[in-house]
Design a binder for this molecule. Structure first.
Ligand SMILES: NC(=O)c1ccc[n+]([C@@H]2O[C@H](COP(=O)([O-])OP(=O)(O)OC[C@H]3O[C@@H](n4cnc5c(N)ncnc54)[C@H](O)[C@@H]3O)[C@@H](O)[C@H]2O)c1
Length: 401
């Protein structure tokens, strides 16, 4: 069983004031995720103590949205530890999560003279983490990467577990994460102080992934995560560092346990597939043109976490209709989403048949059947591919504003 190493002697589920270290153990590698306020200032020291040969050069791939002062702190910490530092700043859009940007990172590593012992630090949201991770996985057939996530979504999800990749274009369609590989980081360093500058809507979008973890954490050693998250929304939304540290640490621990049992998503009815809760619906609607959250101005689009939140609701409605969950569960999820100011309806959803067709094309669909992760209560899910399409259509229709 996995344990959190707290910086204090307080209990696992109490608020830690000091950084929390979560060991992540997968078949291809073990590493720590360190979560806390100000941990970025220790980046250089952490790099010094990583196993293996010390790097000479460290290239930071930074997200343009991060305040310059935070990038400077990371840079100074690495330089003070005696490493030569390089910096590339990326514009993180899905269109830029592309072969062109990947090539630009490879070229910068070459020009920097990076060798196999050198390292890449991804300092940014999920887009930067995914593309920088893929660049590290492929440059010289693989160099080490340290993930320093800067959005809530990247802290609780994208930075842990080793999935890296880029999007590919097919005509006018941008297909998400179509090229990539597994490349576990050597360290994850999540400084919750970075969340201060994050746009409120992005923060709330990250909360949707935390709600997702809460709904499946019962089988991963934290059955109280959902309830704790809901009752802690006050301090979380006011960015209390202790509450944020606990939120990120507990979510990372859940993700670590999931990827620890199923690193490559090969388990049939357990493991990493469960993390797709809310995503089969979410992926189908987030890239549809002209779909926006209820109340948003025309032209706005859904953020990933907003689409996942709608997906959680649709999945719970399917579970309720199929008799797998209490009918009160979808209402509880809708209430939680509203408490996080996340949408429970979308404007501009096309005919459900079109959404259903996109769900059939999901990377995770098997032999023509839509595979859904369905919450059965506030801590557990089941995987089913035998739901009547009429049930899925009813759930999609329930999301219309
Ligand atoms: N690898 C995985 O397991 C995994 C899991 C989930 C999502 N993802 C990927 O993650 C991406 C989404 O990541 P995201 O939600 O972090 O969004 P993002 O990377 O698009 O970042 C969102 C916005 O926040 C800005 N930003 C980042 N950090 C900031 C900070 N500290 N202060 C101010 N602004 C900041 C960015 O510049 C950007 O404008 C998607 O491409 C998705 O496919 C990967």
């Amino acid at each position: 069983m996995l344990t959190l190493r707290l910086g204090t002697d307080r209990g696992k589920h109490q608020m830690p004031a000091a950084p929390v270290t979560i060991p992540v153990t997968t078949r291809s590698g073990a590493y720590d995720a360190v979560v806390g306020l100000g941990v970025l200032d220790d980046l250089g020291k952490h790099l010094q103590s990583l196993p293996g040969r010390a790097p000479g050069r460290v290239m930071i791939v930074a997200d343009q949205g991060i305040p310059q002062a935070m990038i400077d702190r990371a840079r100074a910490s690495i330089a003070e530890a005696g490493f030569q530092v390089g910096l590339i700043v990326l514009t993180p859009t899905e269109a830029d999560k592309s072969p062109t940007t990947l090539n630009a990172i490879w070229s910068a590593l070459l020009a920097f003279g990076a060798t196999r012992d050198d390292m890449l630090v991804a300092l940014g949201g999920g887009i930067v983490g995914d593309i920088a991770g893929f660049a590290a996985a492929t440059y010289l057939r693989g160099i080490r990467v340290v993930q320093c996530p800067s959005t809530l979504l990247a802290m609780v999800d994208a930075s842990v577990g080793g999935k890296t990749g880029i999007n590919l274009a097919l005509g006018a369609d941008l297909l998400k994460n179509m090229a990539g590989c597994f490349h576990q980081p050597s360290l994850v360093l999540a400084d919750v102080g970075l969340l201060k500058s994050l746009a409120d809507r992005q923060f709330r979008s990250g909360l949707a992934e935390c709600l997702k973890h809460g709904l499946l954490a019962g089988d991963f050693d934290d059955p109280a995560l959902w309830t704790w998250t809901i009752t802690s929304l006050g301090p979380l939304l006011s960015l209390d560092p202790d509450a944020l540290t606990q939120l990120v640490a507990r979510n990372v621990a859940v993700k670590a346990r999931v990827v620890g049992v199923d690193e490559r998503e090969t388990a049939e009815n357990h493991g990493r597939a469960l993390l797709n809760l809310g995503h089969t619906f979410g992926h189908a609607i987030e890239t549809l043109p002209n779909v926006r959250p209820e109340g948003a101005a025309p032209g706005a689009s859904l953020l990933h976490g907003e689409a996942v939140g709608l997906g959680l609701l649709a999945a719970a409605r399917c579970a309720g209709l199929a008799g797998l969950a209490d009918r009160a569960l979808p209402d509880a999820i809708a209430e939680a989403l509203q408490a996080c100011s996340l949408p429970i309806h979308a404007v501009g959803l096309p005919d459900s048949g079109l959404v259903l067709a996109r769900m059939h094309h999901d990377k995770k669909a098997r032999s023509g059947r839509i595979r859904l992760i369905l919450p059965t209560d506030r801590a557990r899910c089941v995987i089913r591919d035998d739901l009547a399409e009429s049930v899925i259509v009813e759930a999609i229709d329930s999301l219309r504003a």
